[in-house]
Design a protein around this ligand. Structure first.
Ligand code: NAD
Length: 308
């Protein structure tokens, strides 16, 4: 398949690397000049648990990207998605499928503004990746993908997409209720990302506090109320169990969630697509979300203090 990765940061680079290794023609689309130059000059350096290898994948700026891709995988941060879609609008043909696995609520609505007749797939992924430096990622651990077509598309096309992802070892499966999975992951991230960023701690340190589950329940309760209003059958227990499960060091205890890393590295966060999104959807649906609204404001204040 001809595949473009729109947003070749930590995750996009990992997916591009795996898809290229499986025999696909991959192109990276990104706006980070140093990263693009490094990849084009030396190749993308991919570090895994057991290897270090340079992988040759062409990288271009959005305006330079040309041709007809079978698949465009959107992998910007949620708040960068609209800008990316505007810049790659010339690549969105009827035959081009779009796949978005970015975190957060509201990505689909943004994609639908630009997708025209393209088939849209959205989902969630448990893969992870770290951007060490320009042209260099650390791709450890394994993961999976849950995805679902959103508009009308043939069954064959969906099976072909799943087969392409699975041949690359990406463990993709068809979801029966992708919106539920997206809401569940957004609630989970709105707990761990946001509290760890505010409290300046890792997942295990947060989980060790007797306050952890009390704080968690407050965020999740509002998610469940808002989800119900928009017809998503999210249950508090399902999110609480997932949160509890990652507190141990064997799971993600030592991990600093991405919002913590973003603030530490002086980057804006995805809070408007997590706690902020549920507050916004709640306001429209007539549900008060004082906890998520306050947490959103605190993260924005942290961004302001850092001049982001
Ligand atoms: P990232 O910041 O590493 O990568 C985003 C890339 O998009 C960057 O290289 C950036 O230069 C590029 N970009 C942004 N706006 C652009 C624009 N307008 N034009 C061109 N290029 C643009 O982010 P990431 O960590 O790969 O995360 C991507 C998404 O995946 C997020 O929603 C994140 O929450 C989610 N996610 C990340 C992980 C992880 O382990 N990193 C795991 C699961 C899900």
């Amino acid at each position: 398949m001809e595949i473009a990765i729109a947003g070749a940061g930590a995750m996009g680079s990992r997916f591009g690397y795996m898809l290229q290794k499986a025999g696909n023609q991959v192109t990276f689309i990104d706006e980070w000049k140093e990263h693009i130059d490094k990849i084009n000059r030396d190749g993308l350096l991919v570090e895994t648990e057991s290897s270090k290898e340079y992988c040759q994948i062409p990288a271009v700026f959005p305006t330079e990207a040309a041709g007809k891709f079978d698949l465009i995988i959107l992998f910007t941060k949620a708040m960068q998605l609209e800008d990316m879609l505007q810049k790659i609008n010339h690549l969105l043909y009827k035959d081009t499928a779009i796949l978005c696995l970015a975190n957060g609520l509201g990505n689909l609505e943004i994609i639908e503004k630009y997708s025209g007749d393209s088939a849209i797939y959205i989902g969630v992924t448990l893969w992870s990746s770290e951007l060490e430096a320009a042209g260099h990622i650390r791709a450890t651990g394994s993961g999976s993908i849950e995805l679902q077509p959103i508009n009308e598309t043939s069954k064959e096309r969906t099976l072909e997409l799943l087969a392409t992802l699975n041949l690359a070892g990406l463990n993709a499966d068809l979801s029966e209720d992708v919106l539920l999975s997206i809401w569940k992951k957004a609630a989970f991230n709105s707990v761990l990302n946001t509290y760890c960023a505010i409290l300046d701690c890792n997942v295990g340190e947060f989980g060790a506090s007797p306050q952890a589950m009390i704080l968690t329940e407050k965020v999740v309760a509002e998610f469940v109320q808002v989800a119900e209003k928009v017809g998503v059958p999210l249950t508090a227990d399902s999110v609480l169990e997932t949160v509890r499960n990652v507190f141990s060091p064997e799971e993600s205890g030592h991990h600093y969630p991405s919002m913590h890393q973003d603030l530490a590295k002086g980057r804006k966060t995805e809070v408007d697509y997590l706690n902020g999104a549920v507050a916004k959807i709640g306001a429209k649906a007539g549900v008060n979300t004082p906890v998520n609204s306050l947490l959103t404001a605190i993260i924005h204040a942290q961004e302001d203090i850092k001049g982001l």
